[in-house]
Write a new protein. Structure first.
Length: 157
């Protein structure tokens, strides 16, 4: 009597639809990993009138209040009226940066009697503080950090 082999399953055979599903899941996982790639953000700062004190940069994530708590903060010394700061292992995305010359080394941006900043400032996205520019905001300072744009140039004034 012949055997009916139509309903026989092979223990080691993987159906085509399962293989296709597994392959597509690998693509999804690989795509997700590539979307969260990281690099070091390098910021070159110029415009210092002297090398006393330190340069302090605050980094803000998407939509953050640039007057609030930063995502990350880095301080470095100034050499030959320039400084270079690095935010290591930063995920790609949209950010804003504020920089100031902490001339007296107290780790705070000092203000004068009228509550205006008393130490030189710099901002990402070419923003310049003036009577016509208004206050800095994330939207005004935003820049895209991508694999093709790993460094910024900021001047303090």
């Amino acid at each position: 009597m012949p055997r009916n082999t139509a309903n026989v399953t092979r223990p080691h055979a993987i159906p085509t639809r399962v293989r296709a599903w597994a392959f597509s899941m690998c693509l999804v996982v690989t795509s997700a990993w590539s979307d969260t790639s990281q690099d070091d953000l390098i910021i070159h700062i110029s415009g210092f009138t002297h090398a006393r004190g330190q340069a302090i940069a605050s980094l803000f994530g998407e939509g953050a209040d640039v007057f609030g708590k930063p995502y990350a903060r880095v301080a470095v010394g100034i050499q030959q009226n320039k400084a270079t700061l690095i935010f290591p292992g930063l995920p790609h995305g949209n950010y804003a940066v504020t920089v100031f010359h902490d001339e007296n080394g107290n780790n705070d941006l000092d203000h004068n009697v009228l509550h205006f900043p008393a130490e030189p400032l710099g901002f990402s996205n070419g923003f310049k503080l003036s009577l016509f520019s208004g206050m800095p905001s994330f939207k005004k300072l935003r820049f895209a950090f991508t694999v093709d744009s790993k460094s910024l140039e900021i001047s303090v004034k």
